[in-house]
Design a protein around this ligand. Structure first.
Ligand SMILES: [Fe+2]
Ligand SMILES: [Fe+2]
Length: 160
């Protein structure tokens, strides 16, 4: 028997250790979202943005609850939750701020869809369920932002 026979077939499933790393990336995106929604909700000016500014305040609180859920999953897997947010972009222009948020939400959704599949593949069904619940809220955030911008909801890459 050759050495390679003993190895598992093509590595299609994510290991638990990989999952910790990926969830920490998700956590860093949640921190980024908290910071941008805290700031954008306060600096968005103009009557046309009154509604969305209020929505963004709610988003900030939802992102905090997502961060807590993700940190809990990392701890459960034996990892240490990350402390650094992904880079937050700012702009003087309201439209640009909303566009940054929309891009981040789209990226977040793409990642959480992948995460649900990875958790399922590892038999971590409860974790997959938590992430599905987060995913539903991220999709609402995406719709709120696209609506405020008057554009269609962008498709995540994994949709196609
Ligand atoms: Fe979130
Ligand atoms: Fe979000």
């Amino acid at each position: 028997m050759s050495r390679t026979d003993a190895l598992p077939k093509a590595e299609t499933t994510t290991s638990r250790k990989d999952l910790i790393g990926l969830l920490n990336e998700d956590l860093a995106r949640e921190y980024q979202a908290i910071i941008s929604y805290v700031v954008y909700s306060q600096v968005l000016k103009g009557p046309e943005y009154m509604n969305i500014a209020g929505e963004l305040e709610k988003h900030a609180q939802e992102e905090l609850s997502h961060a807590l859920i993700i940190a809990k999953q990392i701890d459960y897997l034996g990892g240490m939750p990350a402390i650094q947010p992904k880079q937050v972009r700012t702009s003087e222009k309201a439209k640009e701020m909303l566009r940054f948020d929309l891009e981040n939400e789209t990226e977040t959704i793409r990642n959480y869809r992948e995460r649900v599949r990875q958790c399922d593949a590892l038999g971590e069904y409860a974790m997959a369920e938590h992430i599905r619940e987060i995913l539903m809220q991220e999709q609402e955030h995406q719709i709120d932002l696209a609506t405020a911008l008057g554009i269609d909801v962008p498709k995540a890459k994994s949709d196609s």
